[in-house]
Design a protein around this ligand. Sequence first.
Ligand SMILES: Nc1ncnc2c1ncn2[C@@H]1O[C@H](COP(=O)(O)OP(=O)(O)OP(=O)(O)O)[C@@H](O)[C@H]1O
Ligand SMILES: [Mg+2]
Length: 153
Amino acid sequence: MEKRLISHSEAETKAIARAVIEDNIGKHRPLVIGLKGDLGAGKTVFVKGAAAFLGIPETRVSSPTFVIMNVYKGEYRSAPVVFQHLDLYRLNSSYELYSFGWDEIIRSSDISIVEWADKFVEYLPEDTIWVNIEHIGQTKRGITISIPGSSIG
Ligand SMILES: Nc1ncnc2c1ncn2[C@@H]1O[C@H](COP(=O)(O)OP(=O)(O)OP(=O)(O)O)[C@@H](O)[C@H]1O
Ligand SMILES: [Mg+2]
């Protein structure tokens, strides 16, 4: 299933992120969301929206510039949820991805959101939900959500 939405603000992008998590949280284990989009498209904004939905203060979420990965303890309906934010921008080869323990890492959290996941498409789980954020105008973004294996909404 593919859904195309328009966001007119940072707040709308965060609301879309919340909806994506809420709609899919029980359906995939782990739930992996791969983000695509240019520099400044709004990928980290999307992650902040998802974090806030899980009770993690969005001010704690920043681009994992030096560490590639940040792990947070959140919750959903009073149950603990391990949430991780990854950013593959600085990785240049699948060798680097593996030396960083990729397979373990992607399985170790309940929910993972991966910026620049399109650099390593074949290393993401088959049931990854893909979200493409496209810059249209100063505050306008096209957001395309692709959920594999479901033909009906
Ligand atoms: N509709 C919108 N959705 C998301 N961000 C928006 C929107 N309109 C404006 N912005 C602004 O665009 C910027 C997006 O920055 P963000 O760090 O999320 O980009 P990014 O895709 O993570 O970039 P990078 O590839 O450098 O990590 C922010 O300054 C945000 O305020
Ligand atoms: Mg970012």
